[in-house]
Ligand binder design. Structure first.
Ligand SMILES: Cc1ncc(COP(=O)(O)O)c(C=O)c1O
Length: 478
């Protein structure tokens, strides 16, 4: 493989031109025109790149072989049906090649990257409906959640209202705030399954708000049951009560085509390595940095970039804006943390470009359609009560499907048997999924389920295959 020269290494940081060089060398179609736009906010969404690796390989979206061609963008082992994207995704070939090439270029030129990666943030922000000064490429969801919670000005007695189905990525920063500052954590118990409507979840949160509540923190979707808590509605509730919203959106980037401004939240931390299929160790962190008259007219919460080498050592920053224009680039302060990785950042940019080229809405329709098919098949075979994911309220669904796989109701508490099922599914059928384990209202013991992820490299036949295999295996094990 020939390694193109990196342009103009910057002594004190990576210049815009340098970035264009590393992104453009082998992937000449990675939206360099828009990268170089003077105002990234004004830049139009990237036009489909003519002749790019992904676009060249893809037929018209309406054609029969379209999703087969999408599947071929990935290097996934053909002998395995991988349906655990909720844990980690798999970067497309184009992303791997970009990371590999830039890594080599960086090694050849011994490049440093003391950068705020403005170009990559501009590419990502376009796909997520926000501005570059609000978009940080973090290390993962956990990193994003830690930076959000540690950066809020929470004091003794302040309450965070959250749920009983949070991930450690959110639970640990909250525990630190509790143990360090005396913050109080209150939890609503989430009902599970198909009997809820979005309004029911809003009512639960509303009833639990007190005069001490300062923050609403929730996962959407929850990783345990794949319940997409209604973000916009909960953000509206929070705004009405003057609360800060923090969303653990680990599964949102790459799965849902959300416009972060429209969501009306203050913070959202997600993964770039799960559904977005970027390089490992990458995340998407959204920090609202201006008043959004239509979507969130509330003042910005006090917030400190606790891990930063961009924040000035003397003089501080101006007050956060009280209008629709940012007073400074808070994302740059969060992004600039010592020497970064040009290769990994170029990989994130490349993954975002692939998604934007296919179309984030098209991807969302596809993955939700497969999940819907899966839920219908589960309801047909096992009964709708076996589903722990919502099915019928479109505001609550996502591409994670969680259900109890055994015929005998008592087995729903048997963690070992559920683990055995998942392990046999892999060994005997070559299908990778995972277990899930969580409290259920009215039950003294946790429930054990299996969780299946449906993504853009899957098709209906894959859903039917996993259902058939689980039906047979769980029957054998009953
Ligand atoms: C809801 C949720 N939050 C946080 C995480 C942690 O994600 P990451 O590995 O991106 O930090 C996960 C991982 O599965 C998750 O499901």
């Amino acid at each position: 493989m020939s390694i193109p020269r990196v342009n103009t290494p910057a002594k004190t940081g990576v210049s815009r031109r340098t970035f264009a060089g590393v992104l453009g060398g082998g992937a000449a179609t990675v939206g360099l025109g828009t990268l170089a736009a003077p105002s990234a906010r004004a830049a139009a969404p990237a036009a489909p790149a003519a002749g790019g690796a992904a676009s060249a390989a893809l037929p018209a979206p309406s054609s029969k072989g379209y999703w087969d061609a999408v599947r071929r963008l990935f290097v996934l082992d053909k002998k395995v049906l991988f349906m655990n994207v909720g844990t980690v995704g798999s970067p497309p070939r184009e992303v791997i090649e970009t990371v590999d090439r830039v890594h080599r270029e960086v090694a050849v030129g011994a490049e440093s990257a003391y950068s705020d990666f403005a170009d990559i943030r501009a590419v990502a922000a376009r796909g997520f409906g926000c501005d570059p000064d609000e978009l940080v490429i973090s290390h993962n969801t956990t990193d994003g959640m830690a930076k959000i919670v540690a950066g809020l000005a929470l004091r003794e007695g302040d309450e965070i209202l959250t749920t009983n189905h949070e991930h450690s990525g959110g639970n640990v920063p909250m525990a630190l705030a509790r143990d360090r500052h005396g913050v109080v954590i209150k939890r609503v118990a989430l009902p599970v399954g198909n009997d809820q409507r979005a309004e029911d979840y809003v009512t639960l949160f509303k009833r639990a708000i007190t005069s001490r509540t300062k923050v609403l923190l929730f996962s959407a979707p929850t990783y345990k049951t794949g319940t997409m808590l209604p973000i916009r509605m909960l953000a509206g509730l929070a705004q009405d009560h003057g609360l800060t919203t923090v969303v653990d959106g680990a599964h949102i980037p790459g799965m849902m085509a959300y416009d972060f401004h429209e969501l009306g939240v203050d913070f959202l931390a997600g993964s770039a390595a799960k559904w977005q299929c970027g390089p490992g160790g990458t995340g998407i962190l959204y920090v609202r940095n201006k008043v959004l008259p239509r979507h969130n007219p509330n003042p910005l919460p006090e917030f400190w970039p606790v891990v930063s080498s961009g924040y000035p050592a003397e003089g501080g920053r101006p007050a956060r804006t009280d209008g629709p224009e940012e007073s400074y680039d808070i994302a740059a302060d969060l992004q600039k943390v010592g020497n970064g990785s040009l290769a990994v950042m170029a990989g994130v940019g490349s993954a975002c470009e692939v998604w934007d080229r296919i179309g984030r809405r098209r991807i969302q329709r596809h993955v939700l359609g497969l999940s819907r098919h899966l839920k219908e098949l589960v309801a047909e075979r096992w009964g709708v009560k076996s589903l722990y994911s919502p099915k019928d309220d479109p505001r609550l669904v996502c591409a994670l499907t969680s259900f109890a796989p055994f015929r005998d109701a008592g087995d729903v508490h048997d963690a070992k048997k559920t683990e055995r099922l998942v392990s046999r599914l892999k060994d005997e059928y070559g299908i990778v999924i995972r277990t899930s384990d969580f409290p259920v209202i009215g039950s003294s013991r946790n429930h054990q389920t299996v969780r299946v992820s449906t993504h853009l490299f899957h098709q209906k036949k894959d859903v039917e295959r996993v259902v058939e295999a689980l039906w047979r295996l769980s029957g054998e094990m009953s």
